[in-house]
Design a binder for this molecule. Structure first.
Ligand SMILES: *[C@@H]1O[C@H](CO)[C@@H](O)[C@H](O)[C@H]1NC(C)=O
Ligand SMILES: *[C@@H]1O[C@H](CO)[C@@H](O)[C@H](O)[C@H]1NC(C)=O
Ligand SMILES: *[C@@H]1O[C@H](CO)[C@@H](O)[C@H](O)[C@H]1NC(C)=O
Ligand SMILES: *[C@@H]1O[C@H](CO)[C@@H](O)[C@H](O)[C@H]1NC(C)=O
Ligand SMILES: *[C@@H]1O[C@H](CO)[C@@H](O)[C@H](O)[C@H]1NC(C)=O
Ligand SMILES: *[C@@H]1O[C@H](CO)[C@@H](O)[C@H](O)[C@H]1NC(C)=O
Ligand SMILES: *[C@@H]1O[C@H](CO)[C@@H](O)[C@H](O)[C@H]1NC(C)=O
Ligand SMILES: *[C@@H]1O[C@H](CO)[C@@H](O)[C@H](O)[C@H]1NC(C)=O
Ligand SMILES: *[C@@H]1O[C@H](CO)[C@@H](O)[C@H](O)[C@H]1NC(C)=O
Length: 579
């Protein structure tokens, strides 16, 4: 989630103004394979018999898939993976299964008796690693037969990226916490003189309790039901943001190292059970790639910033990719982790762009060298869709996909637009940009329904808003208010069931317009599946309120961008501009 410490409307690289005019090339297409699952179930008996006898491994076999090549665990080649095995502070729930584990792992994250829950975790002790990353908690068996809905192929058949749009959501605020997604943590902890501003501070503040509190959050903010609900909403992909500290131990940091890794692996299996493909998103890297609170530590940008430490952290991040790519190159992830993000939102407003692009090329090589064969994602760094093409020649980087994030609210200029003009910005300006670049492998990895920056802690803990005119870094004294000085956050922050009907109508149009325009790329991932309080950032809450479609692939025929384009005087009755 893009957040600015200064008002971005002053920046020339604002994508709203940069409409690229690149030539049009044929749209990338992939041929959809025969539907193997259907074929299988249509002749169930024959196939069971046949496969049991002749093919120990077949697509969609109901025989459990035999254990993959875990025995080929690599030697730990990285410093990170040799980090000390973390002591876990508090003994956990009712785990009483007798476990035969070596003494050296007792009380560590490898010891299942320290786990908060054992639900859907394999508790058999293992110290095996792949790429230096533990396989703890994983069951050997899996099945890629599921399809998310009748319109998408089952997992074991390729998703036709480029000819069918991805419709997905982010699981932000889970493994990578953000104050505005779960404000309760940032309200509850902290002291009179200092409010906690990011997850790093939260971990420091929690001290001894950190593992317990954070693991409880991992176990409750996203559950098995979450994936079922995402599927029921007609979505077909999940983007899962996670920070570097779930991957390795570092003696000088207070993060709950490694625990989140187990939850990530379990989450991927739950996605699999629901036929949801996964877009992995390394959201926070050592040193913080963007200085925003979701990069780990607010205000820090010690990554590729020209300093020695920045280089060290960039190198360390490449090491992380060596580990991650080795892990996710395993056969069991081939059909499920189809999209692999290099790093979320590197701050290309500040960092030298060439350095960032060159580093991404290095990362791409590292990832493919480990055998990962899915799509590899580079952020556009807010430089616009077209501008990225010249940076990654598709012939040399054939699996590279560009991740674009779009919001209309972090820029006072756009925020000040009237509701209808905001629809025009989406349906005319963005539409043209995506239309002109429709050949590019790209998707919109983040967008939302927020049409103000009102959500609590959105602009950082303790910050005001552009909308109400008290965001400290705002350029315009009256902020981004469409009615100077008269805007209020009361309605945007209210329960959507209490929104004026005209506002709901508008937000529905705003959502459908974005979906329509973003579906000219490889598709979209809404930010976010859910939040504690802010409905406009929660797919779940907005869908429950009737603002988002019941099924993402079955949109209302009552609204589309051409209606707006064909009626210049289009307006919505009783829609006010102060909310
Ligand atoms: C281990 O991995 C290597 C390289 O990927 C491969 O050549 C070898 O056959 C694997 N060994 C086993 C036992 O799977
Ligand atoms: C692991 O390390 C040992 C000893 O250093 C070496 O002989 C072996 O080839 C290594 N195995 C792999 C898979 O790298
Ligand atoms: C957990 O253990 C406690 C104490 O032994 C017991 O009272 C409780 O019923 C157990 N809960 C479960 C779910 O087994
Ligand atoms: C893994 O566990 C086995 C059995 O307890 C032990 O012999 C081996 O040394 C362990 N390997 C590592 C890398 O800790
Ligand atoms: C549980 O994990 C162990 C160690 O990785 C593995 O040997 C075993 O097959 C797994 N059990 C199941 C039921 O998948
Ligand atoms: C409050 O927290 C800040 C930052 O963690 C710390 O520097 C300060 O000493 C704390 N104040 C009190 C009264 O505990
Ligand atoms: C941890 O801190 C110690 C003491 O300040 C320092 O010597 C060491 O280099 C640090 N380690 C890392 C990995 O930063
Ligand atoms: C900003 O202004 C609003 C409306 O007056 C107020 O509720 C809020 O507390 C203010 N926030 C800050 C950080 O001053
Ligand atoms: C847009 O909606 C109108 C009214 O429902 C419909 O007639 C038209 O065909 C739609 N256009 C597109 C491109 O879907």
């Amino acid at each position: 989630m893009y957040k600015v410490t200064a008002d971005s409307s002053t920046d020339d690289s604002n994508s709203f103004y940069n409409i690229s005019q690149d030539e049009t090339k044929p749209f990338y297409k992939r041929i959809r394979k025969r539907d193997i699952c259907t074929a299988f179930f249509s002749s169930l008996f024959t196939v069971i018999l046949f496969s049991a006898i002749f093919f120990p491994i077949v697509f969609c076999s109901i025989l459990p898939k035999i254990r993959q090549q875990y025995n080929n665990a690599t030697n730990d080649t990285t410093d990170m993976s040799k980090g000390k095995v973390l002591e876990v502070s508090s003994p956990k729930a009712n785990f009483s299964e007798p476990v035969d584990i070596p003494d050296y792992v007792r009380g560590t994250y490898l010891d299942a008796s320290t786990w908060l829950t054992t639900d859907d975790f394999n508790t058999t002790f293992t110290n095996e690693t792949v790429g230096g990353l533990s396989i703890m908690g994983l069951f050997s068996f899996y099945n890629d037969c599921t399809r998310a809905n009748p319109g998408v192929p089952p997992l074991n058949s390729p998703f036709p990226y480029g000819s069918q749009p991805v419709r997905g959501v982010n699981l932000g605020g889970w493994l990578s916490m953000e104050p505005f997604i779960t404000p309760s943590f940032f309200e509850k902890y902290g002291n009179g003189t200092h409010q906690l501003t990011d997850e790093t501070e939260l971990h420091q503040f929690l001290g001894q309790d950190v593992n317990n509190v954070i693991e409880t959050h991992y176990n409750t903010f996203v559950t098995k039901d979450t994936f079922r609900e995402i599927r029921e909403a007609g979505l077909d992909h999940v983007r899962i943001p996670f920070p570097y500290w779930i991957l390795f131990s570092s003696p000088n940091e207070t993060h709950p190292f490694q625990i989140g890794w187990r939850y990530l692996l379990r989450g991927i299996e739950w996605a699999r059970e629901n036929g949801l493909r996964v877009n992995l998103d390394l959201h926070a890297v050592p040193g913080n790639q963007n200085s925003w609170n979701h990069g780990g530590t607010l205000g820090v940008l010690n990554w590729l910033d020209g300093s020695e430490l920045g280089q060290k952290n960039a190198d360390l991040t490449l090491k992380l990719h060596e580990m991650l790519a080795t892990f996710f190159a395993q056969e069991r992830y081939k059909n499920i982790v189809t999209i692999y993000g290099i790093v979320n939102e590197p701050n290309m407003f500040v960092l030298e762009n060439k350095k960032v692009i060159d580093w991404h090329k290095e990362a791409y090589k590292t990832i493919t060298a480990q055998g990962y064969s899915g799509y590899i994602v580079a952020s556009d760094g807010f430089t616009g869709v077209g501008s990225i093409e010249k940076n990654y020649a598709p012939i040399r980087y054939p699996n590279m996909v560009i991740d674009i994030h779009r919001y209309t609210i972090f820029d006072s200029f756009m925020l000040r637009l009237s509701h209808i003009d905001t629809l025009h910005a989406v349906c005319d300006v963005w539409d043209k940009e995506f239309e002109d670049n429709a050949f590019l492998p790209s998707f919109v990895g983040e967008w939302s329904l927020a049409d103000t920056d009102c959500a609590k802690f959105l602009n950082d803990v303790g910050e005001g808003t552009r909308w109400e005119g008290n965001f400290s870094a705002a350029v315009y004294p009256n902020g981004g208010c469409a009615v100077e000085g008269a805007c209020s956050c009361d309605i945007p922050n209210a329960d959507p069931l209490n929104y004026p009907p005209s506002y709901k109508t508008y937000l529905n149009m705003y959502a459908l317009s974005q979906m329509e325009v973003f579906e000219k790329t490889w598709g979209w991932f809404f930010w976010n599946w859910d939040t504690e309080t802010s409905a406009q950032w929660s797919y779940k809450k907005s869908r429950n309120a009737g603002i988002l479609p019941k099924l993402a692939y079955e949109k209302s025929a009552d609204w589309n961008c051409s209606i707006l384009q064909s009626s210049p005087l289009f307006k919505i009755e009783n829609l006010e501009e102060y909310y």
